[in-house]
Ligand binder design. Sequence first.
Ligand code: F58
Length: 821
Amino acid sequence: MTSMTVGRVANAPVASALEGDLVTSADLRDSILRHLTYDLGKEPEMAEIHDWRIALSLALRERIVDHWFASMRTARHSGAKRVYYLSMEFLIGRLLEDSMVNLGLEEAADRALTDLGLNLQDILADEPDAALGNGGLGRLAACFMESLATVGCPAFGYGIRYEHGLFKQRFVQGRQVEEPEDWLQQRPAWEFERSDIAFKLCFGGEVSEDGGKAVWHPEEAVVAKAYDTPIISWQGRWANTLRLWSARPLHGFDLERFNRGEFAAAAEPEALARTISRVLYPDDTTEQGKELRLKQEFFFTAASLRDILRRFEAEHDNLRLLPQKAAIQLNDTHPAIAGPEMVRLLHDERGMELDEAIVTARACLSYTNHTLMPEALERWPEHLMHRLLPRHMQLIERIDAAHAVKQPTRQVSALEHGEVKMGELAFMMAHKVNGVSALHTELMKSTVFAELHRLHPDRIVNQTNGVTPRRWVLSANRRLSALITDTIGEGWVDDLEQLEQLEPYFGDAGFLDRYAAAKRENKADLSNWLATEMDLKVDPTALFDVQIKRIHEYKRQHMNLLETIALWKEIAANPDAGWTPRVKIFAGKAAPGYVFAKEIVHLINEVAAVINADPVTAPYLKVAFLPNYNVTLAERLIPAADLSEQISTAGKEASGTGNMKFALNGALTVGTLDGANVEIRERVGEENFFLFGMTADEVIARREVPGHAAQAIEADARLAGALADIGEGRFSPDDPGRYHGVTGNLSHHDYFLVCSDFTAYWEAQRRIDAAFADQNAWMRMAAINTARSGWFSSDRAIRGYMADIWNAEALEVPGPGDVLH
Ligand code: F58
């Protein structure tokens, strides 16, 4: 599907031509030098790599600003609806390459830097990876920001400007050690500090009544201050804003106390206030700091709503128009306090009738659910909510009570066992609620939100996730991109379903050879990197089997590891059986408080050490666990993968987005019928996908079978052997009982059905061995995966939200000539 806007723009000159004579490499070189000298205060001879990197970023940022202003002006003048994406996390990664590629200035930058005696790749590699997110949810928000700009939808992303993003992971004797991340250590190159955009936000205190009106008397206040990063579209046609809030004290420094010599005390209010935006929560498993997390949620949500209302009120004077002008998407329940806060702003502060305020807020708000796992659904103790946000607690009760009227049996409530259930609250205050894959959405309807769905059968809709092709194909996989563009032209970059046009070329001499060559070279690059960075030698022609994602029991890295151990034993017992050489690649972080996940990390490292030291199996099997998984590492690994591990217990992975990145880059999936795997398989064809394992329904039935794990172990000698090796300390001779927790859990409890799915998984892997041995057939399947995965673009996902949830339209992007006026 090609919209009007995209059709028109697809014919427009590419951005480098669009910039035309405006930006030559000489211009760019001059502005790099100007920024280096006058912004950074460095002489070229004294400048270090990060100085050059920042100077280049500022030179590019400068070229974004005019597009950015033009886009904002167009949005303002058109009176169009704006989309507001509220997310506790934006896992943006590096921005320099993205911006440069989208501006079409890569060649100019390369030449400018060469003139200056520098290397572009070294400079790109110097940029810190902004990890303001944990995993899929945060990365989805980042892909959505880029796609919102690319489709020309006027939008703001709102989040928190954490001082410290997701922790850095190191391995010390195989164990995960967390270290603080410090992305702001060097001057941030992309953001604009907005001292003038700041809101006072309050906590605590009590509520009194004054002539029937509720009056909140808070006891604590902080200031939220804005930092803006422009997000530029493909070909620089449109730019939106990512606005992140940083917490500051209401009253600055206490000079009196300082002068009395109370130096630490004088700085205390500042430190306390700043705590709110200090760190990204790495999980929700720790008890401590729950209060701080609730404060973070309210902090960024309330600041964003004030900003949205301020913008609306500057342009319109009738609050009833708000739903026509603002669509506010809640990325998970973290900003779900937006419901009551919006009601408070409309009713308490602006005098709208309460019922109308609720209806108006709901018409603006919509909510995306990312998990069905009960332990991951947010609940806040009522007493905490009451203490921190007393007026909101009252409004939550009102919202809940209004809901109860509809169903006298009171089967659904946002209040249960002294807790506020944020999923229910978000649902009640949203006009649309969406799941992130077809299966997940159906499960939402039949499980966690069954009652609410019965009451509001039109509210739940599906929007299957997507990923931005600019980052995940064009930039990450240069060789494949060049082949695609040579074959079908450049249109695929913002109309990814054009990849289908590749398929007729598969019969041509040459296409599949070039496709295979791109994969081979990507694998050679990764092999060299593993040799230098990890001191690990691998066969670059082996099957590269990759599982990269957060470490979690439901994602079943331990099932992959059990299969690895079983395979190793089988190769060792019969080394001449014609094995398909494999490199098992793992990467991922465990939440610091998640003990089981940390044991899995340790175990993978210990198994890798033993297997990699075995000379008999070395030609056929190597195991690599790469530390500190992040966006940048994903960009390096995905283009080099042959096999994508998507092996979660069916019904548990809401969608997955890595699965889409791998398929686009020509890795075949070994996967369960879970999340978006189902839709990937439908599109690429069942013959080009390695399916195994129980379905979501079978999983539920299997759990009811007494002793299911023991039965499965009994029936599979390979599984029994691998578990026995772990249990007897074969990989942990210094502490043979180290993994009794893991083996005990798997043998007795096995909630995620690792044992019950093991045999099917093993068999799928052996089918894969056989398929990989026929390289021509394999490469054809890989190319089919690329050609048929275009639907998984986040441009498609965003257009889906615009049509089905936001009722928002893309704007006519200013033409090349208009942009700079
Ligand atoms: C992920 N959720 C889903 N949560 O697990 C994944 O299936 C889906 O593809 C993705 O969202 C995007 O829809 C996820 O990443 C988190 O990271 C939570 C953040 C808050 C703390 C607990 C984890």
